[in-house]
Design a protein around this ligand. Sequence first.
Ligand code: 5RP
Length: 263
Amino acid sequence: MKNRLSQLIQRDGRAMFLPIDHGYFQGPTTRLEEPGKTIAPLLPYVDAIMLTRGILRSCVDPSIQKPIILRVSGGTSMARKEELDQEGITTSIREAIRLNACAVSMSIFVGSEHEHQSLLNLANLVNECEDYGIPTMAVTAVGTELGKRDARYLALACRIAAELGARVVKTYYCEEGFEKVVKGCPVPIVIAGGPKVDSEFEVFSWVYDALQKGAVGVNLGRNIWQHDYPVAMARAIRAIIHQNATPREAQEIFNSIKSGKDV
Ligand code: 5RP
């Protein structure tokens, strides 16, 4: 367990995960139509990738050395949005071990109709994975209800995930009270980005603020790989996470790489 966690959360206590699991319910998401091509230039700048077994098997070179966070929940689709909270476990622990996963991840839907099912899925997954020393990352999903991204809701979801045994929790950043979300969660928190926003500075600001308030890093996808300059985004965000760059410094790094200068 400690060995796997140390591959995910680096010696500086920080982590940069790149999720490309979106297709498990969204299908061929924009700029993730060919996941292998999307991630190839980004891999040097991330600490781990998060994806499903199907994409790992068919699109990722098995010789890559990056730790794998294997998404093992699913069974729903955007075509039935009202049922998105009804996920099951899709991948066996045996398969996760065979694929050399460093961690597994699954979504929980606190406050939704199928909350109970998703929380028991998490507890059962933890029961299995702990036997093999494999950490579980809980994804506190808000589905289409992004309005739920307030500190009270996120603190509730993160704490419950930790209580059920998640070793890492993925949640969203919120401007008001994020420090309370972190304080109430005894395991490391990483933040996702959500749908792509227009301003890269906004992304740098969330990431920076989340770290200042106690997050260990990010599990951030669309705001990197849907950007026109994904490598510049990845390198700028990496600088915030691992070199304590400020949003302004990250913007300078981004601008330099975008204009073809190296940094
Ligand atoms: C999607 C996920 C993603 O891994 C997570 O939401 C992070 O990606 P993004 O930054 O694009 O929101 O769990 O199901």
